[in-house]
Design a protein. Structure first.
Length: 582
């Protein structure tokens, strides 16, 4: 009866959860005029000052350069050299290499839409976080103003459509912007890529030949407001106007791409109303981009982390002063691609209030019972958001964590899980961040006790055959390890040093675009960082004053160009910004 009630309760909570959403401005241009723009004239090129300010409406960002040269990372490539055999780990689907084994880490770093918006299905839009803001804003605005989207795709790993899409005989210079998630195609049939020539009856320029498209001018103007270059102007310089002199022109009206840097994408998104906190960016001698997300205290630091979300339909709330009931909240938030905020047992800090007001969640999930987060705190949250918070709470930390896990994976299956003992915070943070990255469940156990009946049922319902146990030596008893072995194959991550232990869970990860560093001496900063693992940011714990050599080695091996520090200079000292070794 207890298990039935537990599952029923979790089902009710899950039914109330929805994913992220985004704050928007409005479409521009004459939205009442839906005449297809078949003979367009290109606006002037944006000046550098305009791009850096984010105010790019009425101009185009047209400077060409490969995305890796602009800070978007270097993707793997299916061939070691032009004309060579395709490398292992790559599978051509006929239109892309998406979901190839070789792309696991590259794709894990992408952001996806956690819920549908307009006619864009859940998880249909995939792009880096910075460009995701732009595509989400553009597609939302044109739909809200009446343009019907029948199909749309951003990330699609392939070479350009006017070469060989499977990249055979080519090198990485032929990769499409889609491979970085820096382009989106919409309504392919209505907006085909076609090479146009002058009308033989009248001669003149190919630029004067009307193209096939259903896009009105205001849709293109809205794209330009979001920094996106339209393929309908034509490639290789395009047609500045119908009177431009071209013997032929390849027009691609389905296609919109971003040619700026990640920092410029953030500036444009912010100018258009997307609320994003300002991390301090440092490019150091190692060639890494190091940013710091922090506030005046642990609550403000968690609020700054939540500030990376433009908005969120669901927010998780946990006690920032007491780790036991909070440990599984981070990975539960990651499972829904939403942020985590911290409170005390009796009050809501001002920084948390500010984010609750800004994010405008439609559902709020509180981890822990009244002894952990008081009813008065729930009342304060309700007064700020006008939303009644829902608790996920068990009789102890283990049942609370189990209920959070059930909420995050309700109804799902997973042959592989991550497990850690709840008697301290370090191992659960390591295990839960790995669970978030690999999109697998996390189970908190009593390392010196035995599994509960409901935990055993959870393993069975998930279909578990493989268990990853993060455990400092001596923290999990031989009896518990034997019990876990009775449920599946156990792989133990048990290095004595906590930094080494936190690195070891990424040993089989071939590459990632980001690494998150947090102090191993306390839990709140790392807890707030766990949801970022969902987007491909590998969390590693460091002592605070410096970076251990094992951590630096992992950052180098993973080819991570972006390192984010979670916590202020008290938690992670200034030398960590330059990845100074211990």
């Amino acid at each position: 009866m207890v298990l039935v009630a537990l599952v029923a309760y979790v089902a009710i909570v899950v039914a109330m959860m929805t994913g992220e959403s985004v704050a928007r401005a409005a479409a521009v241009g004459d939205v009442a005029n839906n005449t297809p723009w078949v003979l367009p004239s290109m606006p002037p090129k944006c000046a550098a000052q305009q791009i850096d300010s984010g105010n790019v409406g009425g101009c185009v960002i047209s400077d060409y350069g490969t995305p890796d040269s602009k800070g978007w990372g270097t993707p793997p490539f299916p061939y070691s050299a032009p004309g060579s055999e395709r490398l292992a780990g790559w599978k051509w689907l006929g239109w892309s290499y998406n979901k190839s084994e070789a792309l696991t880490a590259w794709e894990a770093a992408m952001t996806v839409n956690a819920e549908s918006f307009g006619r864009i299905r859940k998880e249909q839009l995939r792009a880096p976080q910075e460009s995701f803001y732009l595509f989400r804003g553009f597609l939302s605005e044109i739909q809200e103003s009446g343009y019907r989207i029948n199909d749309a795709m951003a990330y699609n790993f392939r070479c350009t459509s006017n070469t060989r899409k499977d990249c055979s005989g080519l090198d990485a210079r032929s990769l499409s912007f889609h491979s970085w998630g820096l382009a989106v195609d919409i309504n392919v049939v209505a907006n085909p890529e076609v090479r146009y020539y002058p009308d033989p009856a009248v001669g003149g320029s190919a630029c004067a030949t009307p193209m096939k498209t259903d896009l009105p001018q205001w849709v293109v103007q809205t794209a330009e407001k979001w920094g996106l270059l339209w393929g309908g102007y034509g490639w290789n310089g395009g047609c500045a106007s119908p009177s431009s002199n071209k013997s032929s022109i390849l027009r691609d009206p389905m296609h919109f791409e971003f040619r700026g840097t990640p920092e410029q994408a953030i500036a444009i998104a912010r100018f258009n109303g997307v609320a994003i906190d300002d991390p301090t960016i440092v490019t150091n001698a190692t060639g890494k981009n190091v940013s710091r997300i922090f506030g005046d205290d642990r609550f403000a630091s968690a609020a700054a982390a939540a500030g990376q979300w433009p908005s969120a339909n669901t927010v998780f709330v946990a006690n920032g002063n007491s780790f036991p009931d909070s440990l599984a909240a981070g990975v539960a938030a990651a499972g829904l691609s939403v942020p985590l905020l911290l409170v005390t047992s009796t009050s809501v800090p001002e920084s948390t209030k500010g984010q609750l007001a800004r994010l405008k969640p439609k559902s709020i999930i509180v981890a822990g019972g009244p002894a952990v987060v008081s009813d008065d705190v729930l009342a304060q949250i309700r007064s700020i958001t006008k939303v009644k918070p829902k608790r996920i709470a068990g009789d102890d930390r283990y049942l609370t964590a189990e209920m959070l896990t059930r909420a995050a994976v309700y109804g799902g299956k997973s042959a592989e899980v991550w497990v850690a003992s709840g008697r301290d915070f370090q191992d659960p943070l390591i295990a839960s961040s790995a669970a978030a990255m690999y999109r697998q469940p996390f189970v908190l156990i009593d390392g010196q006790g035995s599994l509960t009946a409901t935990q055993r049922e959870l393993f069975a319902s998930l279909g578990v055959t493989s268990i990853n146990l993060v455990a400092a030596p001596g923290t999990v008893s031989p009896a518990m390890i034997a019990e876990l072995w009775s449920l599946g194959t156990v792989t133990t991550f048990e290095a004595w040093d906590v930094s080494e232990r936190s690195v070891s869970v990424w040993a089989e990860l071939p590459q990632t675009s980001g690494v998150a560093l947090a102090t191993s001496q306390n839990f709140p900063d790392a807890l707030a960082a766990v949801p970022f693992a969902r987007y491909g940011s590998a969390l590693m714990l460091v002592p605070g004053p410096c970076v251990p050599s094992v951590t630096y080695g992992a950052i180098t091996r993973l080819a991570s160009s972006n390192v984010t520090l979670f916590g202020g200079p008290v938690a992670l000292a200034t030398p960590v910004e330059t990845l100074s070794l211990c």
